[in-house]
Design a protein around this ligand. Sequence first.
Ligand SMILES: *Cc1c(COP(=O)(O)O)cnc(C)c1O
Length: 379
Amino acid sequence: MESPILVTRPYLPPKEQFDRLTDEIWKNRWLTNNGPLLCRFEKALSSYLGLPEAALVTNGHLALDIAVKSLNLQGEVITTPFTFASTTHVLVQNHLTPVFCDIDEETLTLDPAKLEGLINERTSAILAVHVYGHPCHVEEIDRLAKKYKLKVIYDAAHAFGVQLKGKSIAEFGDVSAFSFHATKLFHSIEGGLLYAEDLGLRREFELQRNFGIENEILVSKTGGNAKMNEFQAAMGLLVLDQIDDLIRERERLAERYVRNLTGVPGIRYCRPEAGEDFRFNYAYIPVRILPEFGISRDVLYEFLKTKGIYTRRYFYPLTSEFACYKGRFSSHLTPVAKRVAEEILALPIYNGLSAEEVDYICKNIRQARRDRSHFIMNV
Ligand SMILES: *Cc1c(COP(=O)(O)O)cnc(C)c1O
């Protein structure tokens, strides 16, 4: 392969379409603050996701931040260490204490069997992540939340377009926060989305994203700035037009990976069982490199780099092991997450990745397995 294969690349709509849409911005000279494109994008998204309304914000991290602030959380929040930095940082930045719960081996989301034992009088919420678009154990989490009167926030950054029991994944929990970052399945360059069923919370999102300003003279909250601008909305509208085709293309790539890697000892593709009323989004190709593979995840990762294949150790390290949290948490309390973080490798998937490239990636993985004794001698 001549050019390197990266783990992901953003989809870009045809340039003429973006030009045509952004010509409107020049015409009406409205760049941000609930502009016409933002309003259109919000409507189009709500309709696509089957939600009555949803609030767009600058990015996924601010969506989580507003979720946390709007729920007035205090004390401890039970969460997963197997996630992106944002999920843990948002708690710490809001003076909350993350309490890490282990993940379950199958879905890699919070293990409900280990959750209840972590709840105490200081617990105010659960912040769970639909990691790789795999739905959390929403029913169990909901049952525990009701029993102990806890709020539930879902970090749905990976879960755009996922449906469960015939509903959008956004409809579970008190608040769901999505990310539309360039590296995500669905993007608006940068962007985020908040959904809550509760009307009071929706009102709160509006205020929190625009300095708590109610009207010209009334400022009722100490909110920050999380407004999405018109250029982001234009990009989002054009990507949304294509999203179903983009998901179908990824599904075909995912199937090709499965066909290619089935039977390779020690390679385990992590994806949820396709239930009847479940729609998956194929946002990532996470595989676990198990001991039977014969070489470690890190050795495979380095080997693939020499072949021009850039995979990603996503998620490694656990957020509880970050340098900025040194001495505060112990990853030994979440042994499954710790092991999975050492085994996980996200393989390249993006729109425009070719079938031949998937074959080339898989061929090299199989070759690494065949030549495993060679690697062991050389490390
Ligand atoms: C990307 C991501 C975020 C943050 O979203 P941004 O839009 O990049 O701010 C939060 N949580 C998870 C799990 C993510 O992958």
